[in-house]
Design a protein around this ligand. Structure first.
Ligand SMILES: Cc1ncc(COP(=O)(O)O)c(C=O)c1O
Length: 370
């Protein structure tokens, strides 16, 4: 007899890990809205609204702003494969897992890679980037804004200046930071910026907002070789997201509905108010943790408010604590990645998950299980 499967009933969780974050009911409801054709005029109108709202959230006027089909890594890959051709030089700032991932993708593009590193838990020094560019220019300088593996928020304007002073494009990973901390694509001179839907936007994982500024578009137009990836070739994708509306791949209709609702909620709250909420709730968490005797990995001035790395006390079984939080209180927090495996917890305060009530629930649960 064949196996019988029950209807799906995932548990309700308080998501305080490195992503995904909790999804507001209006966004979940949007996922269930009727699927219509990807060239239906009603859907084209939704696409236009999504692009408009993405520009507002990314603080840009860039025409070339859209959600790539795929998670944050698809955004990373789209950003890199479109501007890099074999033999191009890229300087990547590396202070955690996601800087490493950029290096991996850039190498697969056949790019010549220069790494400027900082210890995990510290930001990259703009002076080191200036020195590296003075010694050997690069086509692209790439950096992660909020390094989710360490909890560091990288200041961007000085790096943008360093890149532009040497004629390089400035490429930023805002997967974790977007809508949770100030990010000014145009005012800071970011040429390419990508993000993901599942962090501070509080939408399910599945889309990667991306924007290309005029300098980056010029680079795209002057390519000598075809983009290595057909699926992520922005010149093809833009034919669907631009006025031509030429089919490239079937748009993930329901995810785009969900993103529309998530963006609407972000703008209804107001970006400044949302940044301030993330800052305030982060401080409440840090205060509470310190009162319990825990220490943070990252120095106060360098902390990303939406991803908090807490040092696991000597002798404590960090995985067992996480498991007890999940089983006992329905709260998810993250463990360490790479070099920080077993040494830190990563507590996300992202989007709808970022509330004082969630911080109180976590601190109480942590006090009970430690
Ligand atoms: C900073 C950063 N960049 C890129 C990614 C990759 O995104 P995804 O896992 O959605 O593919 C993540 C995911 O956590 C991230 O935190």
């Amino acid at each position: 007899m064949s196996k019988r499967y029950e209807p799906l009933t995932p548990p309700h969780r308080i998501l305080l890990g490195p992503g995904p974050s909790n999804v507001p009911p209006a966004v979940t409801a949007a996922l269930g809205a009727p699927v219509i054709g990807h060239l239906d005029p009603a859907f084209l109108a939704v696409m236009e609204e999504v692009q408009e709202m993405l520009r507002a959230v990314l603080r840009t006027e860039n025409r070339f702003t859209l959600p790539v089909s795929g998670t944050g890594s698809a955004g990373m890959e789209a950003a890199l494969v479109n501007v890099l051709e074999p033999g191009d030089r890229i300087l990547v700032c590396v202070n955690g897992i996601f800087g490493e991932r950029m290096c991996d993708i850039a190498a697969r593009c056949g790019a010549e890679l220069e790494r400027v590193e900082a210890p995990w838990g510290s930001p990259v020094d703009p002076a080191a980037v200036r020195r590296a560019l003075a010694a050997s220019p690069a086509k692209v300088v790439a950096v992660v804004h909020a390094e989710t593996s360490t909890g560091v928020l990288q200041p961007l304007p000085e790096l943008a200046e360093a890149a532009h002073a040497r004629g390089a494009l400035f490429l930023v990973d805002a997967v974790t930071s977007l809508a949770g901390a100030p990010l000014e694509t145009d005012a800071w001179g970011i040429d390419i910026c990508y993000s993901g839907t599942q962090k501070c936007l509080s939408c399910p994982p599945g889309l990667a907002p991306i924007t290309f500024g005029p300098r980056a578009v010029e680079v795209l137009e002057k390519r000598k070789t075809r983009v290595q990836s057909w699926y992520l070739d922005m010149t093809l994708i833009l034919k669907y997201w631009g006025p031509d509306r030429v089919y490239h791949h079937t748009a993930p209709i329901s995810m785009i509905y969900a993103l529309r609702e998530a963006l609407r909620i972000v703008l209804e709250e107001g970006l400044e108010a949302r940044w301030e909420r993330h800052r305030r709730v982060h401080q409440a968490l840090v205060r509470g943790l310190q009162k319990m005797g825990f220490s943070m990995l990252v120095a106060e001035a360098d902390r990303a408010p939406m991803i908090n790395t807490v040092l696991v006390p000597e002798g404590m079984d960090e995985a067992a604590v996480r498991r007890k939080l999940l089983d006992g209180a329905g709260i998810e927090i993250g463990g360490g990645l790479g070099a920080l495996k077993g040494k830190v917890w990563r507590i996300g305060l992202m989007g709808a998950s970022c509330t004082e009530e969630n911080v109180e629930a976590l601190l109480a649960a942590l006090a009970a299980v430690r």
